[in-house]
Design a protein around this ligand. Structure first.
Ligand SMILES: O=P(O)(O)O[C@H]1O[C@H](CO)[C@@H](O)[C@H]1O
Ligand SMILES: O=c1cc[nH]c(=O)[nH]1
Length: 287
């Protein structure tokens, strides 16, 4: 079996993976990802027991238990460039033999749930809503570097989306569906919709402060997309990369969004922590 080189798979002298600073035994099969490193403790404060706290850069990890379930919570930082690092390294921890530098014969599939913050682009989704992403729609470039095999359903929906956005130069989105199993377990009673993942917070999410935007009324262009059963509900910066890389690597993923902003009503929450806390409690109760 082909060995992975020292430059492709970087293992620290203590046997941990390069950026996450974790050993294979440090992570559970259920992994919660959050963007903000400070949110890791906000999740693990609800654990019945914490067995491990580690970190490096923006990647903070706590592993512990919720009832009988072992759970890891890890921060990704902001953006799909960080998702590239976190997901490849989480996968390496469970699917690569670090001593032999070879891929394991039997591959493990993790259950990965993001608890993130997001802005709504539809007028009927108010601030404070907890919403699950039925699909992740990536306006960033991450997945153009990986081979993908969209399902017929994903390809058909992406074709309609491409047509809708065809007049905007330089946009070439990718689309991946949520894990149906995780949707059933965590989000059967939540509103759902397509989550658009942007490669930035300001102009890439239609915000204008001082620098001038090239795309006019991006929010209007997002919320006017309609197919038979699907519409774009919200904007953030990681979900599409998470769904696409998880699928590529054989893991299940679901994104739970705490809606902090209504982009159509020009509102941003004055108490974002309360909305995030609601999303955390709801997710942990369903593990
Ligand atoms: O609160 P998190 O999980 O970081 O998610 C959202 O908040 C950040 C921007 O403020 C981006 O990472 C976006 O995806
Ligand atoms: O509007 C928002 C709110 C949170 N996170 C984002 O990326 N966008």
């Amino acid at each position: 079996m082909e060995k992975l080189s020292n430059a492709d798979l970087i293992i620290n002298p203590d046997g941990s993976i390069y950026h996450l600073n974790l050993l294979p035994e440090d992570i559970a099969d259920t992994v919660i990802t959050v963007g903000d490193p400070d949110r890791v403790a906000e999740v693990s404060k609800h654990f019945d027991h914490i067995e491990l706290k580690k970190g490096k850069r923006e990647f903070i990890t706590h592993t512990g238990s919720v009832g009988k379930n072992r759970v890891t919570v890890i921060s990704t930082g902001i953006g799909t460039d960080n998702i590239d690092i976190v997901f490849n390294e989480l996968d390496a921890l469970v699917n690569i033999d670090f001593k032999e530098r070879t891929v394991n014969k039997e591959l493990k599939s993790l259950n990965i749930i993001r608890i993130g913050t997001s802005g709504a682009v539809q007028p009927d989704i108010p601030m404070g809503t907890i919403l699950a992403s039925s699909y992740g729609l990536g306006f960033d470039a991450l997945m153009h570097y990986y081979e993908q095999q969209p399902s017929d359903n994903e390809q058909a929906l992406l074709n309609q989306i491409n047509q809708h956005f065809s007049h905007i130069e330089g946009i070439n989105p990718y689309l991946t569906q949520a894990s149906e199993d995780l949707l059933k377990q965590f989000a059967h009673d939540l509103p759902t919709g397509i989550t658009a993942t942007a490669p930035g917070f300001y102009a890439p999410q239609g915000r204008q402060v001082r620098a001038k935007n090239t795309v006019n009324n991006f929010i209007g262009q997002l919320n006017s997309f309609k197919s038979a059963n699907d519409r774009i509900t919200n904007l953030e910066m990681e979900t599409a990369g998470i769904y696409a890389l998880a699928k590529t690597l054989g893991h299940k993923a679901l994104s739970i969004n705490a809606i902090l902003a209504s982009r159509v009503k020009f509102e941003f929450s004055s108490n974002p922590n309360a909305i995030v806390e609601k999303a955390i409690q709801m997710t942990l109760e369903r593990i």
